[in-house]
Each structure stands twice: as C-alpha cells, then as structure tokens.
Write a protein that binds this ligand. Structure first.
Ligand SMILES: N[C@@H](CCC(=O)N[C@@H](CS)C(=O)NCC(=O)O)C(=O)O
Length: 211
C-alpha cells in the first residue's frame, strides 16, 4: 500500500500524476500548508524538512519506506515499476539532467518568484526582480530545448516531463504565461491531455483550492 501526504501544490501534483500514470493505487492525505499542518509533530516525524510531498510505501522491498523530495519520489516510482525512466545509457542521463535542472533551477526560481510577489510580508523590489528574471530565463531555456524535442528528455514521455509539468501547471503563482514560449505551450497541451495527468491533477485538487 502507498500513502501520499500532499496539498494542491506544484511539487505534490508531480507525485499524484506519476502514481496515476503508473497505475499504482494510493491513499491521499491532505496537509494544509496554508494552515501550518506541515509543522505538526506527526508530520515532522515523516519529513523533518516540513514540506510536502511525502510518500510512504508499505510494500517496499526491505521495509516500510518514507520518502521525501518530489524528484526522488519520481525516480523511486519509475524504478519500482520499470517505466518512465530508461534503464541505462544516454537516455537515462538525459532524464536526470532534466530532473536536476528542474530541482535546482526551475522549481526554486518559480517558488521564490511567487513567494516574493505574493506572500512576503514586505515588498522587496530587488528580490521580486531577481527571481522574476530568473524564472523567465529558465522558462526560455526550456522553450529552446523543446524546439528540438517532443518531450523534455528526448522522444519519450518520462518522469522529467512530470517534474516540469508540476510547476508549469502552477505558473500563475509566479505570474508567468506561455505566451512567449510556443514550444512549451505545445508540449504543455500534449502533457495536459493525458488521462493519467488529468486524474493526478483532479486528485490533488480535492485537497484545497489553488492559491
Ligand atoms: N524540494 C522539495 C520542495 C517541497 C516544497 O517546497 N513543498 C512546498 C509546497 S510545493 C511546501 O511544503 N511548503 C511548505 C513550507 O515551506 O512551509 C520537493 O521537490 O519536494
């Protein structure tokens, strides 16, 4: 049995999309991060970093597995099923290249840009400008890449597409559009049309209204 602790957030939706795409059953538990539920003792025991998503796999090979970090969860689920991640070679390396680019560049840029525009108690023009510029820069990096590829890591849909899709689904949080990135727009429509992706979004949307 798999349990997921999540909220209607960009990092959470990656996990429900992967589980739906991989046809894995799971129980979904809402952690309302707007009301501070990530700071409870029970949740901190699961994730000392106090962030969603968290995956608990009671059927892991050796023992119950509690796993945090959305990219690590995507890799775990792909390896558990042998799908959405090539087993070896350059194709596998390309997927990791995009997962690391996502986790180190796109995700933090989008997250910080949204935070300084919407949630910061003080308006800090330097921070707003810095992260807005960086978010737009990485968006254009991805657009250039998708001019030559059907999917972010090559010719096939992989967990790297799921990772990028999670934050692009919530692009309104950092105030971004796809108007100037036609290759991402084409890719986004294609990914959003997948039934597994739609089911994954529908599951997290039951947890709370978007920001
Ligand atoms: N690197 C982490 C980031 C997780 C993350 O930032 N989660 C956000 C929601 S998308 C969260 O739980 N925020 C609550 C907080 O920061 O207090 C991942 O990819 O899973």
């Amino acid at each position: 049995m798999i349990e997921v602790y999540a909220f209607a957030t960009p990092n959470s939706v990656k996990v429900t999309i992967a589980l739906e795409e991989l046809d894995l059953a799971y129980a979904l538990h809402g952690i309302n991060i707007r009301q501070g539920e990530q700071g409870t003792t029970a949740f901190t025991t699961l994730n000392p970093n106090q962030k969603v998503p968290v995956l608990v796999d009671h059927d892991a090979r050796d023992e119950k597995l509690v796993l945090t970090e959305s990219a690590a969860i995507l890799v775990y689920l792909a390896e558990k099923t042998g799908r959405l991640l090539p087993a070896t070679g350059a194709e596998r390396a390309r997927v990791f290249e995009q997962l690391f680019f996502h986790a180190s560049a796109l995700s933090p840029a989008f997250g910080q840009s949204g935070f300084f525009q919407r949630f910061a108690s003080e308006k800090l023009p330097l921070a707003i400008e810095r992260f807005d510029k960086e978010a737009k820069r990485v968006l254009h990096v991805l657009d250039t890449l998708l001019a030559h590829r059907d999917f972010v890591a090559g010719d096939h849909f992989t967990i790297a597409d799921i990772a990028h899709f999670g934050w692009l689904w919530r692009r309104s949080f950092p105030g971004l559009t796809l108007d100037d990135t036609p290759h991402i727009a084409r890719w986004y429509e294609r990914i959003a049309a997948r039934p597994g992706v739609q089911r994954g979004i529908a599951r997290v949307e039951t947890l709370a209204a978007p920001n």
